[in-house]
Design a protein. Structure first.
Length: 274
């Protein structure tokens, strides 16, 4: 009898697919511990954790980290389990290696979970919700590296930390430099960390001084394939002027972290590093 997961990987069996590339497919479990419970599998068949080659395992782990962020955010979960059952006694029922991603909430944790059933049509609604948090472009290869900095004399960094956390959840590597960074410090850190994106949080009103200075230093360092973006309380007329100087999108209060993450990923897709 052919493996059901192999059939899903070959599009011979139906599943609510959350992500797919040449090597990996992720989809919703039809008998979830919690809604949003997802499975990540290699397309090639390996019975369990001990039989999958290390290079293939790495691909599955990278995809699992990627999908876990989408599941956690879309389900508003407090946490999640990443589980691989191996063998009958461990609860393995399909002998095709896979990871479970199970969203968790403070009110529902139990070592003996009660499985739920999706109502008619509900499984697609949950799949659509997770897919909406999944990125429109894959970062399965080299992760996008983002430098997040607070420029100038602004002493409040809660918003910058929220952005940094959201970008990490979306699969990026984030370096947060902290408060009161000068343009020189920011650009030097970007060079040292070999980042793809520089994200500036600025609420002090000095954006027309600091952002052009950072862009000038970036040009001098040859960082013409690195995006300078950011956000703060910035008037629309100033945003237009800064964009003329080569600054990317600038986000004002009310912008969602998902919009910021999608913009960065779309920009990187369309502007690969040289």
């Amino acid at each position: 009898m052919e493996c059901i997961f192999c059939n899903i990987a070959k599009n011979k069996a139906e599943a609510e697919i959350l992500f797919e590339d040449d090597n990996i497919v992720a989809f919703l479990d039809i008998r979830p511990v919690n809604y949003g419970h997802s499975l990540v599998i290699p397309k090639k068949h390996y019975d369990n954790f001990l039989t999958i080659p290390k290079d293939e395992l790495e691909k599955v782990i990278n995809a699992t980290q990627y999908i876990a962020g989408a599941v956690k955010r879309s389900m508003n979960a407090d946490g999640f389990n990443v589980v691989s059952n191996n063998g009958d006694s461990a609860g393995q029922t399909v002998y095709h290696f896979h990871f479970h991603i199970i969203p968790r909430f403070k009110s529902d944790f139990t070592l003996k979970p009660k499985l739920k059933s999706y109502g008619e049509g509900a499984i697609r609604e949950f799949a659509d919700e997770i897919r909406s948090f999944n990125t429109r472009t894959s970062t399965m290869g080299k992760k996008i590296r983002v430098l997040v900095a607070k420029a100038g004399l602004d002493g409040h960094d809660r918003g910058a930390k929220v952005i940094a956390a959201a970008l990490r959840d979306s699969g990026m590597e984030v370096i947060y430099t902290g408060l009161r960074q000068t343009p020189e410090m920011i650009v030097e850190a970007a060079v040292q960390e070999d980042v793809d994106i520089i994200g500036i949080s600025i609420l002090s009103g000095a954006h027309m001084t600091i952002l052009p200075k950072i862009k000038k230093l970036m040009d001098e360092k040859g960082l013409d394939d690195v995006l300078l973006t950011g956000g703060g309380i910035i008037p629309e007329d100033d945003i237009k002027e800064l964009k003329k100087l080569g600054v990317g999108e600038l986000f004002t209060p009310g912008a969602t972290t998902y919009a910021i993450a999608d913009y960065i990923k779309d920009w990187r897709k369309n502007n690969p590093r040289k």
